[in-house]
Design a binder for this molecule. Structure first.
Ligand code: URP
Ligand code: ZN
Ligand code: ZN
Ligand code: ZN
Length: 467
């Protein structure tokens, strides 16, 4: 049965354009756009009309970095695929790319199948997977080729977390060489974990156990060093590189330099690095634990370099690295030893709003907002133009966004399954009103009308962002 929806009277914003247009949706896809008020648009008949007068009509957000149910530090990230994707929808995100995990001694296949099963039938919005490679060997290198063919076209490696996810330089080089051949994209957690672990032990031995020491031992210079090393290894391998959760201005400088040399090197940052700082990590009464993530929050002066990187395209993507742990019972595992605080912040629901606030504050333009939050993550990870834009043929993942609504972010009103908000009390201008995923209403005028299982696994092509 065919179904038609028309969204009338809004300002359609994509990475490329801003136009006052009506949008025709047919059978889950964008069928046509036509200038508002023209005979072509007036002629459309539909089963459902959404009035977007005075609102923005934007592509659903693509959050390329989430960790639903991630096992970490003896516990699990508190959002399941069900609760986390529902919260994402509330925040105007209609696609997530989460991370399947290979555990040491096991195959990529086993890890991926485990994550397929966790997500299957539970998601409110569409999803894909990257693969965390924790154990590079002859077998896993061959498996990487198969995964690329299957639509898992990106692989995360860690220069941090020795004994858990850590890869040494030789393992990283081998995976990069393989990705240079099979078209995969290596995503790097760039921090010198071996050096950091020494500094952690020294800090604890001095009795420095509070959350703020997490920020002190995970030094910006050790992020910059690892970023530099990853870039050089990628250059040797002839492979592209995507550095995740960039927080240090020194790391941005490494990326900028490599890009000036013409390398296919890309950087992602996250809202927490743009809006929060070591001041939060230093909050008393163990409140700082709410802000423990890696790479860590940096002193405020780093923020302007991140914003600049987003404007100059030395940073291309803003993802959340959504990895929530409740304060009670989870963050508290690290009382008396900051190294036992599970790493990660909630944010999948907040990203589109925080970046709209950045538009209001003058850091980025409206089109750049859509570019870094929707279009480029879709291109970077092989989902474009199905996802990330509003154009004929694209999936009808569409958000009606009210740019004038005022809201105050709070754990009392958010939908993520976590007992605090990293942005508690923050005032934001702009709010998601209605969200369609493949033409189905998942949020209708600020009511959840979606369902677990509407979201489907979405295989990806290889990176579409290479020069
Ligand atoms: O602290 C973080 N970022 N937790 C999630 C795992 C990772 O390294 O991305
Ligand atoms: Zn096994
Ligand atoms: Zn990481
Ligand atoms: Zn992450």
């Amino acid at each position: 049965m065919s179904s038609r929806t028309v969204v009338r009277g809004g300002l359609v914003i994509t990475a490329a354009d801003e136009i006052h247009a009506d949008v025709l949706i047919e059978d889950g896809r964008i069928a046509a756009l036509a200038a508002h008020g023209t005979p072509a648009a007036e002629a459309w008949t539909a089963d459902r009309t959404i009035d977007a007068t005075g609102k923005y009509v934007i592509p659903g957000g693509v959050d390329a970095h989430t960790h639903m149910e991630l096992p970490f530090g003896g516990t699990f990230a508190s959002d399941t695929f069900e609760t986390g994707t529902r919260a994402a929808a509330w925040g105007g995100t209609t696609t997530i790319i989460d991370f399947a995990v290979q555990s040491v001694g096991h195959s990529l296949r086993e890890g991926l199948d485990t994550w397929y099963a966790k997500a299957d039938g539970n998601c409110a919005i569409d999803y894909g997977f990257h693969m965390i490679v924790s154990d590079v060997n002859d077998d896993t290198l061959k498996e990487m080729d198969l995964l690329v063919e299957e639509g898992v076209t990106s692989f995360k490696q860690f220069m941090a977390y020795p004994g858990v996810f850590y890869s040494d330089d030789g393992q990283i080089l081998r995976a990069m060489q393989r990705s240079a051949e099979n078209g995969g994209l290596i995503m790097m957690h760039a921090e010198n974990g071996i050096a950091i672990d020494v500094l952690v032990q020294q800090a604890l031995a001095r009795g420095e156990t509070d959350p703020r020491y997490h920020g002190e031992v995970r030094k910006a210079l050790l992020e910059a060093e690892a970023t530099h090393r990853a870039i050089k290894l990628a250059q040797v391998a002839g492979a592209p590189l995507y550095v995740v959760h960039v927080s240090a201005m020194e790391a941005v400088a490494e990326l900028a330099k490599a890009r000036d040399e013409g390398l296919n090197v890309f950087g992602e940052t996250c809202p927490q690095y743009l809006f929060l700082s070591t001041d939060n990590l230093a909050e008393p009464d163990f409140e700082g634990s709410k802000y423990v993530c890696s790479t860590p929050l940096r002193p405020k002066e780093h923020q302007k370099y991140l914003w600049r990187g987003l404007r100059t395209n030395d940073l291309q993507v803003v993802s959340t690295d959504h990895c929530p742990f409740c304060f009670v019972g989870q963050k508290e595992l690290g009382r008396g030893d900051f190294s036992k605080i599970p790493n990660g912040l909630p944010g999948v629901e907040n990203r589109m709003d925080l970046l709209h606030q950045a538009v209001v504050d003058g850091h980025i333009t409206r089109r750049r907002w859509i570019e870094i939050a929707c279009a480029t993550p879709a291109r970077m990870f092989g989902l474009y133009p199905k996802k990330g834009t509003i154009a004929p043929g694209a999936d009808a993942d569409v958000v009606i966004y009210d740019p004038h609504a005022e809201q105050i972010v709070s754990a009392e009103t958010h939908h993520m399954n976590v007992d605090y908000s990293a942005y508690e009390g923050k005032r934001i201008t702009g709010r998601v009103e209605t969200v369609l995923s493949r033409g189905e209403l998942v949020i209708t005028e600020r009511e959840f009308t979606g369902r677990a299982g509407h979201g489907v696994y979405t295989p990806r092509s290889t990176c579409q962002y290479l020069t």
